[in-house]
Design a protein around this ligand. Structure first.
Ligand SMILES: [Zn+2]
Length: 316
C-alpha cells in the first residue's frame, strides 16, 4: 500500500517530470567527406517521424584554418548535438560560424546546440527567414517537429540567425570563401545557397533535392527552376542537396527537370480544361522517372494542385 505522502509525490512529481523531460539523443550518423575538408552527414530520406527523431536533412561542415563552419545543423537541439559530436570526432577546432539555408525547421532548429556550445559564433540567415521567425514561424516548427516525432525533439527552442546575409555576400573565413546566392522566391522566400569557392562545392538548401520530393507549399515553381539554373552557372564540381545524396551538377539538373516537367505537363492539361485531380495520372506518367523518389506518392497530388494554382495566377 502506498502511503499518502508517496501518492502525493507521484501525483506531483510525474507530470512535472514529463513536462521537463527532453527528448533522447539522436544516434551518431557518419560524416561523409565530399571534398577536401568538407563533410556532409546525409540524413534519412523520410519525413520527420518518431524513428528518425526528426533528423532527416543534410548538415554540412567545413574545416577552415580558422575553425569549423556548419551549414544547416539539423532539426532539433538533439540533432545539433549529434552534428557537434561528429565535428569533434574530426576536428578539435571551435565552430566559428553557422549558415542556415531557409526557414524550414528541419534545417536550423539545431542552432540551439551550436549557440549553447559556441555562443560567439555568428549564425547567418536571409532577412526573410529572420522576419518569418519573428512572426512566429520558428515556434510553429518547434511544435510541428514535436508532434511528428511523438516528442522526441522535446527541449528544442527557437534560436534565430543573428546575422543577415544576402545575394553576393562573401565571407572569408580562414582559407575558405563562402559566397551567398539568393534568387528570390524559390523553395521558400528565404533560400540562400552557399558556394565554397576554393573547393568548388555548393550547398543548395532545399532549392534542389535528390531522390526525395520536397514540400513546396511555401515556394514558387518557376522561381525554383530559375534558382537551379542560376546556381548551375557557378559550375561547381560538387552540389549538396538539402536532402538525399550529394553529387555533381546532375543533382541540380535532375531536380530542375522534375519541376519543369511538372509545370509543363500541368500547364498542358490545364489548357485542355482538366482539373488538378483529373490530370494526376497523366502528370504521374510524365514524371515516371521520379516514381521511386521518396515522397512521390504522398507529395505528387499536392505538387499538382500548387502548380495548377500558380498557373492560374500567372494567367491573370
Ligand atoms: Zn525546405
Amino acid at each position: 500500500m502506498l502511503r499518502l505522502k508517496q501518492v502525493l509525490t507521484l501525483i506531483f512529481w510525474f507530470p512535472v517530470s514529463a513536462l521537463a523531460a527532453t527528448g533522447p539523443e539522436v544516434p551518431d550518423y557518419p560524416a561523409d567527406l565530399i571534398a577536401d575538408n568538407i563533410y556532409v552527414i546525409h540524413g534519412p530520406l523520410e519525413l520527420p517521424n518518431p524513428k528518425n527523431q526528426g533528423f532527416m536533412n543534410n548538415p554540412g561542415f567545413v574545416l577552415t584554418s580558422k575553425g569549423v563552419v556548419i551549414l544547416d545543423p539539423g532539426s532539433s537541439v538533439q540533432s545539433g548535438e549529434m552534428v557537434l559530436r561528429a565535428v569533434k570526432k574530426i576536428s578539435d577546432r571551435p565552430v566559428v560560424a553557422v549558415f542556415n539555408s531557409h526557414i524550414h525547421g528541419d534545417h536550423w532548429l539545431g542552432n540551439q546546440a551550436v549557440r549553447a556550445a559556441y555562443p560567439e559564433a555568428p549564425i547567418y540567415g536571409h532577412p526573410n527567414m529572420i522576419a518569418l521567425i519573428n512572426a512566429g514561424e520558428g515556434q510553429n516548427w518547434v511544435e510541428l517537429m514535436e508532434r511528428l516525432t511523438d516528442g522526441k525533439t522535446r527541449g528544442t527552442e527557437v534560436v534565430s540567425p543573428n546575422k543577415t546575409v544576402n545575394h553576393g555576400d562573401e565571407f572569408r573565413i580562414g582559407d575558405h570563401t563562402f559566397r551567398i546566392h539568393y534568387y528570390g522566391k524559390a523553395h521558400t522566400t528565404s533560400d540562400i545557397m552557399v558556394e565554397i569557392v576554393e573547393a568548388s562545392v555548393t550547398f543548395l538548401g532545399d532549392n534542389a533535392l535528390n531522390e526525395r520530393l520536397p514540400r513546396i507549399d511555401d515556394g514558387d515553381i518557376q522561381g525554383n527552376i530559375q534558382a537551379c539554373t542560376k546556381i548551375l552557372e557557378t559550375n561547381s564540381s560538387v552540389y549538396v542537396p538539402g536532402h538525399g545524396p550529394t553529387g555533381d551538377k546532375a543533382v541540380a539538373e535532375r531536380f530542375r527537370s522534375y519541376l519543369e516537367i511538372l509545370y509543363s505537363s500541368v500547364e498542358r492539361y490545364y489548357d485542355e480544361g482538366l482539373s488538378d485531380f483529373e490530370m494526376k495520372p497523366q502528370v504521374a506518367e510524365a514524371l515516371k522517372d521520379y516514381a521511386d523518389w521518396s515522397g512521390f506518392n504522398e507529395e505528387l497530388g499536392k505538387h499538382i494542385s500548387l502548380t495548377y494554382l500558380q498557373i492560374e495566377e500567372a494567367e491573370f
